[in-house]
Design a protein around this ligand. Structure first.
Ligand code: SF4
Length: 135
């Protein structure tokens, strides 16, 4: 009887790769990718696709420096909360782990606000609709 052929061992999936896969699968069900790291569900903005709203053009996505690197985090002041907040006063969706790193390409959540987080919050929000008019 011939020796049974050896099947290749199944590929092991790293924790990061598994999380990325779950995040991508969740989008199809209307779950924002950050949901995987939060204590409750976070939806996708209803106009995310039609208006081009993404985390990458949201004023709440900030690059937080730590030692020699920086990490893209959501700094909005609303829940749902991270399962492992970085410190007690940290923004709700912020942890020290890679699970709360916010990718630019992610579709926006309902809290999205267009803006450049390198500007002050007021400047980031300004636009023709709320432009200052002198009396
Ligand atoms: S779109 Fe939502 S999750 Fe993404 S950075 Fe903005 S507030 Fe955070």
């Amino acid at each position: 009887m011939p020796e049974p052929s050896r099947f290749p061992a199944p590929r092991k999936e790293s924790a990061d790769r598994r999380r990325t896969r779950r995040q991508q699968e969740g989008i199809a069900y209307g779950a924002h990718p950050l949901t995987v790291a939060l204590t409750g569900p976070l939806g996708i903005h209803p106009d995310a696709e039609s208006s081009g709203r993404k985390c990458g053009n949201c004023r709440f996505r900030e690059l937080i420096g730590h030692h020699t690197r920086s990490y893209p985090k959501c700094t909005v002041d609303r829940g749902p909360f991270s399962r492992t907040r970085a410190y007690p006063d940290a923004p709700p969706r912020y942890s020290a782990g890679s699970g709360t790193d916010v990718r630019q390409w992610w579709p926006a959540c309902p809290d999205h606000e267009f803006g450049d987080n390198a500007l002050s919050p007021d400047a980031a929000r300004s636009g023709p609709a709320d432009a200052y008019t002198a009396e």
